[in-house]
Ligand binder design. Structure first.
Ligand SMILES: Cc1ncc(COP(=O)(O)O)c(C=O)c1O
Length: 359
């Protein structure tokens, strides 16, 4: 039986919320009124076939690519699905980082991939180690999948490591899919999309996590035109045509992306300072220090994570994501960038439970 569900999404949609919600992964919502859109800029129906031209151009401009290399999709979720479903057939060998975002695993299982894992180990600070990819790659490998920034750790992959992985992929005729939904949270010297590193690279991303514009479902794939075309055609079997008002709003958002980004950046940067202080004061959790990103994965040094999260919720009205969704059963993930007061209070409450767990 093929997998037809995601345990993580079910949990996220039904059980993640709490008064102090640290189970988030992206920044808080950007309010529509701050985009200063007027009703006459919107319309119900429009000229959207294989893309809406103004949106194709706006995405292409942001990414420094030709519009023919852009496939607009419903969020990074659909971008990942379309990209993987176009690139692989059932039974194909796919290399997937471990730990990773659960939906990448679920979607690959749904597509019938033969998944092999390469480790981004905690001991190695969750770094992408090309030697690990070399260890598992075979002439049968069709696709290598990873996240940058890494979900759950927010670790940034250096360009050199990506180039090495690209070279390995090329040597066996495989592609590299890089989910870059968190990459624009690198606010200083933001790396260019890895699409620019070679024709074997395919990138997926969206305006959701870093910009707080999830409701627009503006995601996209960057791929060479000969791959972009079949991705568009596969999309005809799914969403086919996006909601046009969302396309129009996405064009406006892309024109004002700096303003949208700055709002979230302030909150993320405040929260990251709070996280650093918290980690310095609590040796009962450990995590690699990162400079950027909206998530951190914390190891609980002593005690049971399920019991810890249960107490956190019932005694302290605070939620975090169980590490089991990332195949890290001794860990939990927390999110930044929504509301600094909520984050401060959430950390304080985590600290209260930690203080009683570690004694
Ligand atoms: C690595 C990764 N990719 C994709 C997504 C989904 O993004 P979107 O909301 O754009 O579909 C998430 C959401 O948490 C994610 O963490």
């Amino acid at each position: 039986m093929r997998q037809r569900h995601s345990d993580y999404m079910l949990w996220a949609k039904t059980q993640s919320r709490a008064k102090f919600n640290l189970a988030t992964s992206g920044v808080g919502s950007f309010p529509l009124r701050e985009l200063s859109v007027t009703i006459d800029q919107l319309e119900i129906n429009g000229d959207s076939t294989y893309g809406y031209a103004p949106l194709q151009h706006a995405i292409a401009k942001k990414c420094g690519v030709d519009p023919d290399c852009v496939v607009h999709a419903a969020g990074t979720s659909m971008a990942n699905h379309l990209a993987m479903a176009t690139l692989i057939n059932p039974g194909d060998e796919v290399l997937l980082e471990q730990p990773t975002y659960e939906l990448l695993t679920s979607t690959l299982l749904y597509l019938g991939a033969a998944i092999k894992r390469f480790s981004r180990s905690e001991e190695n600070g969750y770094a992408l180690d090309p030697a690990e990819v070399r260890r598992v790659i075979t002439p049968k490998t069709r696709l290598i999948v990873l996240t940058n920034l890494h979900n759950p750790s927010s670790v940034l992959v250096p360009e050199l490591a990506l180039l090495e992985v690209g070279e390995l992929a090329r040597s066996v005729g495989a592609h590299v899919l890089v989910d870059e939904v968190y990459l624009d949270a690198v606010y200083i010297n933001t790396p260019r999309p890895s699409f620019h590193l070679g024709p074997e690279f395919i990138v997926t991303t969206s305006l959701t996590k870093v910009y707080g514009l999830s409701g627009l479902r503006c995601g996209w794939i960057l791929a060479q035109p000969d791959l972009a075309r079949p991705m568009w055609q596969l999309n005809d079997l799914f969403a086919s045509i996006p909601a046009h008002p969302a396309e129009l709003l996405s064009v406006i958002a892309l024109e004002n992306l700096d303003q949208v980004c700055q709002r979230a950046r302030k909150i993320v940067e405040h929260d990251r300072v709070l996280l650093a202080e918290f980690l310095s004061n609590h040796k009962s959790v450990s995590t690699p220090r990162t400079e950027f990103g909206t998530t951190a994965i914390l190891r609980l040094v002593n005690g049971n994570v399920d019991q810890f999260l249960c107490r956190l919720r019932t005694e302290q009205e605070t939620s975090a994501v169980p590490g089991c969704f990332f195949e890290l059963p001794n860990h939990f993930r927390i999110g930044m960038g929504v509301d600094t007061e909520m984050f401060r209070e959430g950390l304080k409450r985590i600290g209260k439970i930690l203080d009683t767990t570690s004694k």
